[in-house]
Design a binder for this molecule. Structure first.
Ligand SMILES: Nc1ncnc2c1ncn2[C@@H]1O[C@H](COP(=O)(O)OP(=O)(O)OP(=O)(O)O)[C@@H](O)[C@H]1O
Length: 361
């Protein structure tokens, strides 16, 4: 039975103060901008770091607090980092068996366990190869087998695909998607890649400047992002504003002097002055040189920041009057017809039915 990992811990020198839970038997993606505290969180769970205040526990077992600190090698954890860090002079099966033996198993038992795990990751044919003779992708597969062969209660993955090429990373991602849920451990995955989050993780913990800013099931957190970082991760535009104090029931949000109309997603009715988020897809944004005729809804003046061709579409990065960012994805011919340049003043239009409004919290 897997256990929750509870982190309620502060490290003063790093201005880190986070209260987060990694749910038992689930994969939690740890995300956030550079320097937000992801590695610090992992270091607290691995035992490499000790909190100045608070505690780290696995279920009812305290791993670190003011009175106690279980050292890394006594924690039931396995770490898979960007580099596989195998012993180059040992063969593959001995590399995998090493971890099992260090947990107290005998030689034969450790070897059998290693071979089973190598088979599970599709690396059985490599068993007698020296680790130094493996490719990067093969070595990472073996490192995964070594991590899981110890039957850890916690698996910590720190950007495990970041040093692999695209094709190898894809195969490794598929392997992780199969093995992580099957291993039964509580898993933390540090990543910058939205694909890893969508394909591997169940839950998400988002840190910024050493604080927890959002957590919960992936679909909930990314469907209704509440920070610019999470909006970028889910590929949507996010404008923040306040519910119109004169007419909160009209589903109007004021972003500076611009009015943004959309579908209100509650849970309660908007209250005038309330902090509200508006999200919509870049593909929902149309751009015009002259104010478009017809429906007056959701037309804002925008300024072009830059233009980024992406195959069949062109991403146009823009700012609205009060400086907030948004993007529009246009077809290549559509963008060419507008002949866009940075600094151009345009009109952006979005249908109200394609804008989702929800409270900040
Ligand atoms: N050894 C250290 N001593 C003091 N402060 C540190 C140390 N290592 C990191 N920090 C600080 O702690 C904060 C969190 O850093 P951390 O490395 O955990 O962030 P991160 O989210 O993992 O970043 P990245 O995405 O760049 O790896 C940062 O302000 C960083 O400067």
């Amino acid at each position: 039975m897997a256990d929750d990992v509870l982190i309620t811990a502060a490290i003063d020198a790093r201005q880190f103060d986070v209260d987060a839970t990694l749910a038992a038997g689930r994969v939690t993606a740890i995300v956030g901008p550079n320097g937000s505290g992801k590695s610090t969180l992992v270091g607290l769970v691995s035992g490499e770091l000790r909190p100045d205040r608070g505690s780290v526990s696995l279920g009812l077992r305290v791993l670190s607090d003011a009175a106690a600190h279980v050292p890394t090698h006594r924690r039931p954890i396995a770490l898979l980092a960007q580099r596989p860090l195998l012993f180059p002079h040992l063969d593959v099966v001995d590399n995998v068996a090493f971890g099992v033996r260090s947990r107290g198993a005998g030689k034969t038992e450790a070897r059998e366990r290693a071979l089973r795990e190598l088979d599970a990751v599709g690396a059985a044919p490599l068993a007698s190869r020296r680790a130094r003779a493996l490719s990067g992708g093969e070595a990472q597969r073996v490192a995964l087998a070594r991590a899981l062969a110890t039957d850890p209660a916690i698996v910590l993955l720190d950007e495990p695909l970041a040093s692999l090429d695209v094709a190898t990373a894809g195969a490794m991602r598929a392997l992780l998607a199969e093995r992580l849920p099957a291993c039964g451990a509580t898993v933390a995955l540090v990543t910058h890649d939205p694909l890893d989050i969508w394909t591997l993780a169940d839950d998400l913990v988002c840190l910024e400047a050493g604080r927890l800013v959002e957590s919960g099931p992936i679909a909930d957190v990314l469907a209704r992002p509440r920070t610019g970082f999470l909006a970028d991760l889910s590929g949507v535009n996010l404008l923040e504003g306040t519910a119109d104090p004169h007419d909160p029931a009209a589903n109007g949000v004021l972003v500076g002097d611009d009015r943004v109309l959309g579908l209100w997603e509650g849970p309660e009715d908007a209250v005038g002055g309330q902090h509200v988020m508006a999200t919509f897809a870049p593909s929902a944004v149309a751009l015009f040189r002259t104010p478009p005729a017809g429906s007056p809804r959701n037309t804002w003046g925008v300024r072009v920041v830059d233009v980024d061709p992406r195959g069949a579409t062109v991403r146009v990065n823009l700012t609205v009057a009060n400086g907030q960012r948004l993007s529009a994805d246009l077809s290549a011919p559509g963008a060419a017809a507008l002949s866009l340049a940075p600094g151009d003043q345009l009109h952006a239009q979005v249908k109200a039915t394609q804008v989702f409004l929800y409270p900040r919290h």
